[in-house]
Ligand binder design. Structure first.
Ligand SMILES: [Zn+2]
Ligand SMILES: [Zn+2]
Length: 155
């Protein structure tokens, strides 16, 4: 590569420094982070809330552990696209610790699908699909049930 820009190269004769300068000026372009407005985030919360209305009806009337688990598995892949890294981070947030406070106030609870002690908070619509940290989108389940919803957890 160096030879190509050397002053003795006939192709660049008389203009080697101009080329070197031009090379220096090139800057790498960083893509702008795609942000969303507060209204767009509220729409996203609403989308999950609406989507989960039939979920809770079906979940509460399901009779077996397996039926409850398969509902959780089905609803963890909603019929829309994944969201950006930025939106995912917004979804993970629990700004006023309302949700943590609510779950902490429950004390020791049983897994929502089986009867073991619940140790895990699970986002029914995952953050990567824009599922926010709101009580309607969270469920307390045990480690074993959680692993059976997310196969990657057991690896
Ligand atoms: Zn369980
Ligand atoms: Zn989970």
């Amino acid at each position: 590569m160096t030879l190509l820009y050397h002053y003795s190269n006939p192709v660049f004769k008389g203009k080697p420094w101009a080329i070197e300068e031009g090379r220096k000026k090139k800057k790498k372009h960083k893509p702008a982070r795609i942000k969303i407005s507060n209204q767009q985030f509220r729409d996203l919360v609403k989308r999950t809330q609406d989507y989960l209305v039939p979920f809770w009806d079906r979940f509460n009337s399901a009779e077996t552990d397996e039926a409850r688990l398969s509902l959780l598995r089905a609803y963890s892949v909603p019929p829309w696209k994944r969201v950006s890294q930025h939106v995912r981070r917004l979804c993970r947030k629990d700004p006023h610790h309302q949700v943590s406070a609510l779950f902490d106030s429950l004390g020791l609870v049983k897994c929502a699908t089986c009867d073991d002690p619940a140790e895990n908070k699970h986002h029914i619509v995952p953050c990567c699909f824009g599922g926010p940290t709101i009580s309607v989108n969270l469920i307390l389940i045990c480690e074993k049930c959680h692993e059976s919803i997310h196969p990657w957890m057991a690896q």
